[in-house]
Ligand binder design. Structure first.
Ligand SMILES: *Cc1c(COP(=O)(O)O)cnc(C)c1O
Length: 371
């Protein structure tokens, strides 16, 4: 009998996620499955919460991984915090913020999208102008916009909201584990991430945190959260307190994987991990420039873990070149999305992918492709 799993290629994942998974995480995934209310498993859950708080720089009690990918994290933040008629401001400069607009509109929010050119960052002065003339229940932004490779000034935007009643909602799917995320210092009320980008765990979990202010809004809602699976108050009953209540069966082995991924970051030291991302980014950019390849994003706004490049003029069929990278060199890179489709490639240096040998391998392959 044929088993398709026997023939999976060992592909170097250098796209916008998933990223390469370290052997320790694969080993963790294969440990014996425990019951979801097993006392030993609960101690692992508590370990994950504690390690996430350290990585997120938060004291929020409600800091937990949600079952589902990064998009489940996005959905959870909006579905719990938005009440019909709420005014929501989304700062849009890429695909993922565009999705936020869609998610918030589906929940009956009155959404303003403040648009910035893709490939450039959100401009805090323009946000300040918008806030002068409007009051919002929620302001939402993407920290690391994976569709373009831009880092948005989350700290500056958070500072604009200090002292107001507006909740600050931030997507850190691609940033977490690769650059610093400071939930409390930056005034973030709700934040979500994903396991398969700089945390280098397979896809399937969405770390999230909610401030007390955010949790108060959820507890005082006039209407029920219109989604049972992602209702944070129900999920909190499983993740918090001395007596845990069943909500849904936690993805036990995925949580082992996340725990191990967080242990690896702790062992390396999070600042050392961020420094490694920055160093590998500098090496990649240097190598690309030597090949005559140009970056999409201006230097001060570039993300280390997601490098968008203009498709070199030597490439006549970009999809065919990517297919060749995958089949001949066993390297996956990312295509452009939305208005950048066919214009850029996205080269990921996320988590375990961000190592010198991988950069050399990609640059050597690109050299051949460009000949
Ligand atoms: C990948 C990503 C998401 C979506 O995560 P999924 O795991 O694909 O559901 C959301 N936001 C950003 C910035 C991302 O990079």
């Amino acid at each position: 009998m044929q088993n398709l799993l026997n023939d999976i290629d060992n592909v170097l994942l250098m796209g916008p996620g998933p990223s390469c998974v370290p052997p320790e995480v694969y080993q963790a995934l294969s440990k014996p499955t425990l019951g979801h209310l097993d006392p030993y498993f609960i101690s692992i859950m508590d370990g994950i919460k504690e390690k996430l708080r350290v990585l997120l720089n938060t004291r929020n009690e409600l800091t937990i991984p949600l079952s589902g990918t990064g998009s489940a994290g996005m959905e959870a933040c909006f579905v719990n915090l938005v009440e019909p008629g709420d005014k929501v401001l989304v700062l849009v400069n890429g695909v993922f913020a565009t999705r936020m607009v869609d998610v918030a509109q589906r929940l009956g929010a009155e959404v303003d999208a403040l648009e910035f050119q893709w490939g450039t960052p959100v401009i805090p002065q323009q946000v300040a102008e918008q806030l002068k003339n409007n009051s919002y229940a929620i302001v939402a932004v993407v920290h690391a916009e994976t569709s373009t490779g831009v880092r948005n000034p989350v700290e500056e935007i958070g500072a604009l909201l200090k002292g107001s009643d507006t909740l600050f909602l931030v997507d850190t799917v691609t940033s977490l584990g690769g650059i610093d995320v400071r939930a409390d210092d930056w005034g973030i009320d709700a934040l979500y991430s994903g396991s398969q980008k700089c945390l280098s765990c397979p896809p399937g979990l969405a770390p999230a945190t909610f401030s007390n202010r955010a949790f108060d809004k959820i507890k005082n809602r006039a209407t029920k959260v219109p989604n049972w699976y992602l209702d944070i108050s129900l999920i909190a009953g499983y993740w918090e307190g001395s007596k845990r209540a069943y909500h849904h069966t936690a993805p036990i082995n995925m949580l082992y994987g996340l725990y191990q991924a967080l242990v690896l970051i702790e062992q390396e030291g999070k600042d050392a991990a961020f420094a490694r991302h920055a160093q590998m980014h500098a090496k990649l950019v240097q190598g690309l420039e030597e090949l005559g390849v140009e970056m999409l994003v201006d230097k001060p706004y570039r993300l280390p873990m997601l490098n968008s490049i203009h498709i070199p003029s030597a490439v006549s069929d970009e999809a065919a070149s990517r297919a060749r990278l995958r089949s001949e060199f066993k390297i996956e890179i990312g295509a452009g999305l939305g208005p950048l489709a066919g214009k850029i490639w996205r080269l990921g240096l996320m988590g375990y992918t961000a190592r010198e040998e991988n950069i050399r391998r990609l640059l050597n392959a690109l050299k051949v492709i460009l000949e």
